[in-house]
Write a protein that binds this ligand. Structure first.
Ligand code: UGA
Length: 496
């Protein structure tokens, strides 16, 4: 099938490359000529696993690039809109880019096409799109409008596309449903999974990708409701983590217990410093705005956002309680991206935490495997030093903070970290380590929803070798030594 993808941002570029991978002829359009030129030269503008390989495989063949909407629309049977829908000042999605593209598509329609809305949009956008296409001169019968939300996660977007939990297509007529089913047939028939050259992926539970066909409004709601539900799951577990910490339970044991109930599931139950990125924060707000417009009370979403914001403040408190004052302290920081496996720092909790630490007078030495170039554009230059690896970030610092869940941050040589740090303190906002591993490496380890772990030597002196003790941070802060690093009740006793 001949497909146009309008907008070559994250969703557009990944979708275009994957449509080419499953056999379609794709024209990717962007009004940024420099971006199109870079794509044509063979550059990949985003850090995404498998994407450079797919672009290299299909560029100039099944995948071409253009700056002309008109040209791409005329050559295609289906036109996917994948432009940005940023948050407006009121919290609603700003659909002006979608509207602008709609008028360009309308002007280019010369034969019947399926116009597919793939950007994240509020319910009823398909309705508006139909109206806008008609107002801009598209004759009825020349187009149908479909919703096809994406569920790609940055970092695993290519395999999320090719090995989906489900494909959702929202169509209000049988002809467009047939076109959408044909587009996804290589996945829904399982043909793609029999190919030798397919992008590898272990553990896909389906022989054929499941497809859910709904009406357009339902598909639009599915997208917002899915993201809001996942954000709610994260805020829920963060709230439970705070209780867990207060009573001396271990949130990871709690999660194992809750998550093994198949009705709940164990994914997206990792407690931490809250969710970020270009999707969850924006989509939860936009969904709440939709609810308000429909006169539906959805206060639950307000609470999800409140807990998320509070989680960052709690983490900052944790840092203060471990170090007493922050002015003049040198902190090593691992992580800038909003999550692992991406260079995206938009709405990153790590950036928010660093900004707050800088305001309190701390100096930051930071390392991220992919996010440093993007972070430089957001963070002030003063007070931040970018270094080449994890160990350089720890070198000479008063404490090491872990803010992003990169796999390589979970595989540090802890004894080396211990030897490099000025004070042996690790504050982990992503729970990447077993507390006892930190104790054994001689580190004091603060994490989320778990008791503070003391270095073995300290714990042994207190009569509890390798024991993890419950943190009483306020008591500890008062009884802390010169660097304010004594935090557990037992440690505080020892200091006295
Ligand atoms: C999210 C959804 O997961 C995708 O299904 C959706 O397509 C996408 O938004 C979108 O709407 O475009 P993404 O923003 O790439 O994908 O990132 P996630 O993997 O969902 O993570 C979001 C945030 O939640 C990150 O900051 C991550 O660190 C945090 N998180 C995630 C947790 O704090 N705990 C968890 O258990 C999982």
């Amino acid at each position: 099938m001949k497909i146009a993808v309008i907008g070559s941002g994250y969703v557009g570029l990944v979708s275009a490359a994957c449509f080419a991978e499953i056999g379609h002829d794709v024209i990717t359009v962007d009004n940024d000529a420099a971006k199109i030129a870079a794509l044509e030269r063979g550059e990949t503008p985003i850090h995404e696993l498998h994407l450079p390989d797919l672009l290299a495989r299909h560029r100039g063949g099944r995948l071409t690039f253009s700056t002309s909407v008109q040209d791409a629309v005329r050559k295609s049977e289906a036109v996917f809109i994948t432009v940005g829908t940023p948050q407006s000042e009121t919290g609603e999605a700003d659909l002006s880019y979608v509207e602008a593209v709609a008028s360009e598509i309308a002007a280019a329609l010369d034969s019947p096409k399926v116009v597919v809305e793939k950007s994240t949009v509020p319910v009823r956008t398909c309705e508006w799109l139909r109206q806008s296409l008609a107002l801009n001169g598209a004759a009825s019968g020349k187009f149908s409008v479909v919703s096809n939300p994406e569920f790609l996660r940055e970092g695993s977007a290519v395999t999320d596309f090719l090995y989906p939990d489900r494909i959702v297509v929202g169509c209000d007529d049988a002809a467009s449903a047939a076109v959408m089913q044909a587009i996804y047939k290589p996945l829904t028939s399982g043909e793609y999974y029999a190919e030798q050259t397919r992008v590898p992926f272990e553990g896909y539970p389906h022989a054929q990708a499941p497809i859910v066909v709904t009406n357009a409004k339902s598909a639009e709601l599915i997208k917002h409701a899915s993201n809001a539900f996942l954000a709610m799951k994260i805020s829920f577990i963060n709230a439970v983590a705070n209780i867990s910490e207060a009573v001396g339970a271990d949130i990871q044991q709690v999660c194992a217990g809750i998550g093994s109930d198949s009705r709940i599931g164990s994914r997206f139950l990792n407690a931490g410093i809250g969710y970020g990125g270009s999707c969850f924060p924006k989509d939860v707000q936009a969904f709440r705005a939709v609810a308000e417009q429909c006169n539906c009370d959805f206060g639950l979403l307000t609470e999800v956002m409140r807990i998320n914001a509070a989680q960052r403040s709690r983490f900052l408190k944790k840092v203060r309680n471990a170090l007493w004052t922050l002015r003049g302290k040198q902190l090593g920081v691992l992580g800038l991206a909003f999550k692992g496996d991406t260079d995206d720092v938009r709405e990153s909790p790590a950036i928010a935490v660093i900004e707050a630490l800088l305001k309190e007078g701390a100096q930051i030495k930071v390392y991220d495997p992919a996010g440093m170039a993007n972070a430089r554009k957001l963070l002030p230059a003063a007070g931040v030093t970018y270094v080449q690896d994890e160990y350089a970030a720890a070198q000479g610092c008063d404490a090491l903070l872990i803010l992003t869940e990169w796999a390589e941050f979970a595989a540090l040589d802890l004894r080396r970290v211990r030897s490099l740090l000025k004070y042996p303190i690790v504050i982990d906002g992503r729970n990447l380590y077993a507390p006892h591993a930190m104790s054994e490496a001689g580190l004091t380890y603060h994490s989320i929803g778990r008791a503070t772990a003391q270095p073995v030597a300290v714990a042994a002196a207190a009569g509890s070798v390798g024991r993890v003790t419950q943190s009483r941070e306020s008591v500890a802060a008062m009884s802390a030594g010169p660097v304010g690093r004594v935090v557990s009740e037992e440690h505080a006793e020892l200091a006295k």
